[in-house]
Design a protein around this ligand. Structure first.
Ligand code: IPM
Ligand code: MG
Length: 399
């Protein structure tokens, strides 16, 4: 193929991407406000097990939610809907990140609790379909990925607001090999997309009384998209005089999270998609690893709550799935409770999880039959929730 033809083909591909993204901007401009859950008559919680250990741990999180929401489940205000079909086998068979019928079922729910889904990668046996997480975030426009990390005894109390629909993820599976020598990927930042994530982070910083926001970019090098992110944060800061804004570059930020003194000053952090992906894994490590963190994917209409860790297919192959640790997805379930208007129950669940996993540790999960099963751990969490001295107990550990 001649060089001119190669360039023409790449240009046509690029044109298509520009059209898609501009259409997305049009849609964002039309989007309404956040759903007002506390005033909703009925809330449908979709439960997507996913792959590998996913269905095992998700079932435990559902049990805990059903326990905490017992009255409202009985009155019919809350309904659980288990959604099958989001498995890698089915996704591969349909050749889609999310099969159409599954997407339809997801859209009939208000919020979704989601287990880990296998993401095909180059060289494995699955077709090169997009990650179900990434597709779900895009399809349901879940633009804010909220990931809290807290280690009270180390003075760590961070809430990450990771942009979730743009950056290098927006068209991550649509890069172009111009020829065998040249590969190009695209990074996208829209004004609407940047505004809404930064506003969400400022709102949280203000509402929570933390009053401190750190914007993390690499705007000194990635000047256009990260430049927009940083400039927008500085602009919106003018509307939030009570919130102090500082800005850091991602490289030094990864270093400062290890700096025991400095890291305590960070409270709420807002950052583009890929940096958020990386930094939140590092951050979760201080709390006991990605397996201990929950993640909320919030949009104006829908929201999805998930475990950060993978689907651990080997545990299933080795017959150990019932020993998988459900604490990350139960943490995600706690964020779901907070989001749909049960902040007190969410707080109680957080305390119970911290007691069970970090302090009291009466049941320890080892991932095999030397430890507790996920169901035994969930029972332990529910017993702890029922303890009338839950709060005192928690405070006795963290103070
Ligand atoms: C996460 C995960 C996903 C991501 C993967 C599975 C595509 O690492 O939720 O952080 O990169 O966003
Ligand atoms: Mg990640």
């Amino acid at each position: 193929m001649s060089r001119e033809t190669e360039i023409e083909q790449a240009k046509a591909h690029f044109e298509e991407i520009l059209r898609q993204q501009l259409e997305r901007v049009d849609k964002m401009k039309e989007e309404g406000d956040f759903v007002d859950y506390p005033n909703k008559d009925k809330i449908i919680i979709g439960v997507v097990g996913g792959d590998g250990i996913g269905p095992f741990i998700t079932a435990q999180a559902q049990r805990v939610l059903e326990h905490l929401l017992k009255e409202d489940v009985e009155s019919g205000r809350i309904e659980f809907k288990v959604i099958d079909g989001c498995t890698i086998e089915n996704r591969a068979a349909c050749g889609k990140a999310i099969p159409d019928d599954v997407l339809e079922e997801l859209k009939a729910c208000d919020v979704i609790l989601k287990g880990p889904t296998t993401t095909p990668r180059k060289g494995d046996n699955w077709p090169n379909i997009e990650s179900a997480n990434v597709a779900m975030r895009k399809e349901l426009d879940l633009f804010a990925n909220v990931r809290p990390v807290s280690v009270p005894e180390k003075g760590i109390d961070w809430t990450f607001y990771r942009e979730n629909t743009e950056g290098s993820y927006a068209v991550g599976s649509q890069g172009v090999n111009v020829n065998d020598d040249l590969a190009v990927d695209f990074t996208v930042a829209t004004q609407e997309g940047t505004d809404r994530i930064i506003r969400a982070a400022f709102d949280f910083a203000k509402k929570s009384g933390k009053n401190k926001l750190t914007v993390v970019t690499k705007a000194n090098v990635i000047k256009t998209t990260d430049g927009k992110f940083l400039d927008t944060a500085k602009e919106i800061a003018k509307e939030y005089p009570e919130v102090e804004l500082d800005d850091w570059y991602i490289d030094i930020m990864t270093a400062k999270l290890v700096d025991e003194k400095r890291r305590q000053q960070f409270k709420v952090l807002v950052l583009p998609n890929l940096y958020g992906d990386i930094l939140t894994d590092e951050a979760a490590e201080f709390q006991g690893g990605v397996g201990t963190a929950g993640s909320a994917n919030i949009g104006k209409k829908y929201a999805m709550f998930e475990a950060i860790h993978g689907s651990a297919p080997r545990m299933v192959e080795e017959g150990r799935a019932q020993y998988a640790d459900p604490s990350s997805i139960i943490r995600a379930a706690g964020m779901l409770l907070d989001h749909i208007g049960y902040p007190e129950k969410a707080e109680e669940l957080k305390m119970a999880l911290d007691i069970c996993s970090n302090y009291e540790k009466k049941k320890v999960l080892t991932g095999r039959d030397t430890g507790a099963t996920g169901a035994e751990y969930a029972d332990y969490v529910m017993e702890t929730l029922e303890d009338p001295s839950l709060k005192e107990k928690y405070l006795s550990y963290v103070q």
